[in-house]
Design a binder for this molecule. Structure first.
Ligand SMILES: [Zn+2]
Length: 195
């Protein structure tokens, strides 16, 4: 599982020209996002459909993870998307840990005829869709925050961008080429306006 899954999850809150956009603002949005990440989340995309109750649970976990990301980038400022309404750090840490612990996992050996054996990590006992996918997301967040990427987590400083990202090389300032272009254009505009 990619530890960057946690960043993709946190980035379901983003900004576009019209303002903040939440990909999980309704159950249909959550259904689409989970189907797109089904392999990482251990759900069957053909049958998965989110409910409103599940959406509320998933969004609560996302906000807890965003509170931990805010701590990870401190003393720098957190993402402007929700800086003023993040849950407190300690309850967020507890929620992430409890969510991961709610679905214990075990390795399973799969050995298809004519193929090499491989191990997959699966729930150790039956678990509902919401608990299973939230446990996968909480585990991904733990991997991210306890792993080598944590020191390179940043908030993109480009105008209007609110994304957390992992710096891939030392001179990288922005989350994407598009954000870099927009930030340079804004800087150029400011310099020439005041010249
Ligand atoms: Zn950006």
């Amino acid at each position: 599982m990619s530890s960057l899954l946690a960043l993709e999850f946190a980035s379901t809150v983003r900004a576009d020209r019209s303002g903040l956009v939440d990909a999980l603002e309704d159950a249909g949005g959550l259904t689409a996002w989970v189907r797109a990440h089904a392999a990482d989340l251990g759900v069957d995309p053909a049958v998965f459909t989110a409910t409103e109750e599940m959406r509320e649970e998933v969004v609560a976990l996302r906000q807890a993870i965003r509170a931990l990301l805010a701590r990870a980038v401190a003393p720098g400022p957190p993402s402007g998307a929700d800086a003023a309404r993040l849950p407190a750090f300690e309850p967020s840490l507890d929620l992430v840990n409890a969510t991961a612990a709610a679905v214990p996992v075990a390795p399973r050996l799969e050995w298809p005829p004519g193929d090499a054996p491989r191990a997959r990590t699966v729930p150790a006992r039956a678990a509902g869709d919401s608990a299973r996918l939230r446990a996968a997301l909480a585990s991904a967040a733990i991997d991210l925050l306890a792993g080598p990427h944590r020191e390179r987590i940043r908030v993109c400083p480009a105008p209007r961008c609110v994304l957390y990202f992992v710096k891939e090389h030392p001179r990288q300032e922005w989350c994407s080429v598009a954000c870099g272009n927009r930030a340079r254009a804004a800087r150029h505009y400011r310099q020439h306006k005041h010249a």
